[in-house]
Design a protein around this ligand. Sequence first.
Ligand SMILES: NC(=O)c1ccc[n+]([C@@H]2O[C@H](COP(=O)([O-])OP(=O)(O)OC[C@H]3O[C@@H](n4cnc5c(N)ncnc54)[C@H](OP(=O)(O)O)[C@@H]3O)[C@@H](O)[C@H]2O)c1
Length: 259
Amino acid sequence: MRADSVGIIGGTGWLGGALAQALLETAFVGAGRLFLSNRSGSHPLADAGAQFMTNNQALVDASDTVILSVRPEQFSALSVDASGKRVISLMAGVTSQAISAATGASVIVRAMPNAAVDIRQSFTPWHCASELSASDVDYVQGLLTCVGTASRVPTQDCIDYLSALSGTGPAFPALLMTALTRQAVAAGIPEEVARDAARGVVLNASQLLSTTEPQALIDSLVAYKGVTAAALQSLMNAGFEGLIGNAVQAGAEVARRGM
Ligand SMILES: NC(=O)c1ccc[n+]([C@@H]2O[C@H](COP(=O)([O-])OP(=O)(O)OC[C@H]3O[C@@H](n4cnc5c(N)ncnc54)[C@H](OP(=O)(O)O)[C@@H]3O)[C@@H](O)[C@H]2O)c1
């Protein structure tokens, strides 16, 4: 358990609430050392060991580390003085410079988790332009790994790009699963079977990738020259990789531009 106190502004939202729950359940922060705020009133997390407040400045004053987990468009209405605090922003598309200008904080970490914080399976890249001590790096890394895995990245642009990659969480697999299901139904497969087959591929068979290198798997399947090879080759010939690249760049542009 760390001695530092943590305050999460927006700590009862989707992301902030899941992080708060994980920080308590993993005992990263002790009961009474975690502060959560929102505008609308109390929340069940207040009964699970977090201290709930509606005054953001009081939360900042009580916290060694302040986590910003409001929506990007809600940030401009937020007014706090966090000078001297370690600030970790989870907001997409809001730069460290804008956060520093609005809060007075000089140490700003931008982290980009995804919806899988709920099941503690988020990959969370993070960036900090300031020089951090080894213990600060260990602290940020430890906090973020309460909801999955985390990695420091060298530039803020990496965060904007990765917002549209890992930040999308289950979105790409959901699109793939839906496309596989619909196309199977269109090809005459009963809907329930189509759903089970698509789910089996996206959720179950993909578990093999935790122990197999994907390119090696693709190479061996293509070399096999069977049914799978024909399907993969069709996707690759149609420019699958380029389409994925364009999709992530389209999302990253929104993150770079800000919301
Ligand atoms: N959800 C994702 O998958 C995901 C992925 C990556 C990054 N993010 C980032 O995570 C951040 C939070 O997203 P979310 O999905 O968790 O949004 P959310 O569920 O809408 O949560 C936002 C929270 O902020 C609170 N809030 C808003 N203004 C406030 C203020 N002035 N003071 C205190 N609390 C305030 C809201 O509660 P009240 O309305 O009661 O005030 C709400 O609990 C966003 O910036 C987003 O870019 C989200």
